[in-house]
Design a protein around this ligand. Structure first.
Ligand SMILES: NC(=O)c1ccc[n+]([C@@H]2O[C@H](COP(=O)([O-])OP(=O)(O)OC[C@H]3O[C@@H](n4cnc5c(N)ncnc54)[C@H](O)[C@@H]3O)[C@@H](O)[C@H]2O)c1
Length: 346
């Protein structure tokens, strides 16, 4: 395959670049570097000369995206580039809609008109379990047919873009240019690659595992639990944590198995939920350190409990999470963060 990876300098996108390159594919990564890092792009470039290119651009720059698609004859798009914090989206919804929808439409237009009007053959979109909001009773674990009622602007940008993609895929089918469309609704992505090259370095960091690790490393005086009075066994929110390399494996399988003319949505999560307190206990076990935890109020937009029903992805893509033990996931994150005390250092 010849793959455009948007958001390639980000946490998940960089892991996708690495896996695709290791599998022998050609990769062009595009990133605005709004939240991503140049260091992993330089490392991948050095490790795979001639098969990897990084372009510092925004997905909203349709002309540049189209030029890259044409120049490298890219047939597949993995679209990770987005802003992705629930709280930030509540504070600045228009920015979320502009970046995750308006700019993404410019990307899609480039994907439509490139390659002498043939367009790209495959499009894989990073959607989210945030599109489900709080599932109704009887819908946890969450299957793909669960009603989608997102509780945050972030979740709504993901759901709206799914709808845009479905309309676009139908248009391509009508024009006899069938697209293979996959929408992967990730649960919580965690951990780092095992070679030690890539890791999770967000500023600000809001993801639970790296925040707890920073607290264990003494980089934060304390950390907060947002809501300890939820109707869950220990009062804290429950989430499904999928290792980043397993998540990328789902993308590779989708690219290989979803046929032209098909539009499929799959949940990607291990099928088991961990509470916030269980995650903090895992970080304590892996690090051997204790840290101060403050019980703060609930955070706007947070769903109570979300974990996946993996039946569909197991059946249709043959996908199975290889890492299901939370301590193993936390260990990969801990190892990278210990080896990179300043993250990527940029
Ligand atoms: N991390 C998770 O647990 C999780 C869960 C569900 C869905 N997702 C989705 O996965 C994708 C990747 O998430 P991540 O955790 O790697 O985030 P990230 O912030 O590390 O990576 C996103 C990358 O996209 C880039 N980007 C953002 N807007 C851009 C634009 N307009 N043009 C070009 N580049 C742009 C950022 O600079 C960043 O490098 C996102 O779409 C996110 O919504 C992530």
């Amino acid at each position: 395959m010849r793959v455009l990876v948007t958001g390639g300098a980000g946490y998940i996108g960089s892991h996708a670049c690495q896996r695709l390159l290791n599998d022998g594919h050609t990769v062009v990564a595009i990133d605005s570097l709004y939240r991503g890092h140049r260091a992993p792009m330089d490392a991948l470039s050095a490790g795979h000369p001639g098969r990897f290119a990084f372009i510092h651009a925004d997905i909203g720059e349709g002309g540049r995206i189209r030029a890259a698609l044409d120049e490298h004859d890219l047939d597949t798009v993995m679209h990770f580039g987005a802003v992705a914090y629930v709280g930030e989206s509540v504070d600045d919804p228009l920015w979320y809609y502009r970046n995750n929808i308006a700019s993404a439409i410019a990307l899609l237009e480039a994907c439509d008109t490139c390659r002498d009007g043939r367009g790209v053959d495959r499009f894989i979109f990073s959607s989210s379990c945030a599109t489900y909001g709080d599932p109704p009773e009887g819908m946890i674990p969450v299957p793909e047919h669960c009603p989608q009622h997102p509780t945050s602007p972030y979740g709504r940008t993901k759901l709206h873009f799914e709808h845009i993609l479905l309309d676009y895929a139908a248009h391509r089918a009508n024009q006899d240019r069938p697209l293979a469309l996959t929408m992967l609704r990730y649960f919580n992505v965690a951990g780092s690659d095992r070679t030690g090259l890539l890791g999770e370095d967000h500023t600000p960091e809001t993801h639970l595992i790296p925040v707890a690790i920073q607290a264990a490393q003494g980089k934060r005086e304390s950390m907060s639990i947002f809501g300890a009075d939820y109707p869950t066994p220990d009062g804290t929110c429950v989430r499904d944590y999928v290792h980043v390399e397993d998540l990328i494996d789902a993308h590779v399988r989708a690219a290989e198995r979803v046929k032209p003319g098909r539009a499929e949505a799959f949940n990607v999560g291990i099928g088991k939920g961990y509470s916030v307190r269980e995650i903090l206990d895992s970080v304590r076990r892996v690090s051997g350190k204790d840290f101060r935890v403050i019980e703060a109020g609930r955070r706007a937009g947070d769903a109570i409990a979300l974990y996946n029903d993996p039946t569909k992805i197991q059946r249709d893509l043959g996908w199975q999470a290889q890492v299901t033990d939370i301590d193993e996931i936390v260990t990969t994150a801990w190892n990278w963060m210990q080896a990179h005390p300043d993250g990527y250092g940029d």
